[in-house]
Ligand binder design. Structure first.
Ligand code: ZN
Ligand code: ZN
Length: 76
């Protein structure tokens, strides 16, 4: 194992998709294979952004896709 020498604090297996932290890389690998892919990652209909929750997706859409006019107005 290449990461054995690292301190646990700095070598915490973390899922890049959902942010879940696991005690060991095996658990993370199992999560990625059997768990995370099944979680309802919400996709933005206008870009490749993916959100964990509806509120996050709504906020993203509001900030990124529904304020075009606002951006033009703010851009002095
Ligand atoms: Zn995950
Ligand atoms: Zn988007």
């Amino acid at each position: 194992m290449a990461f054995v020498n690292l301190d646990e604090k700095y070598n915490t297996p973390k899922c890049q998709l959902c942010g879940k932290i696991y005690r060991d890389s095996k658990s993370l690998a199992a999560h990625l294979r059997y768990g995370c892919n099944r979680e309802p990652h919400l996709c933005c209909p206008r870009c490749n952004y993916r959100a964990k929750t509806n509120s996050n997706l709504k906020r993203h859409v509001l900030l990124q896709h529904s304020n075009i006019n606002l951006k033009l107005a703010v851009n002095k």
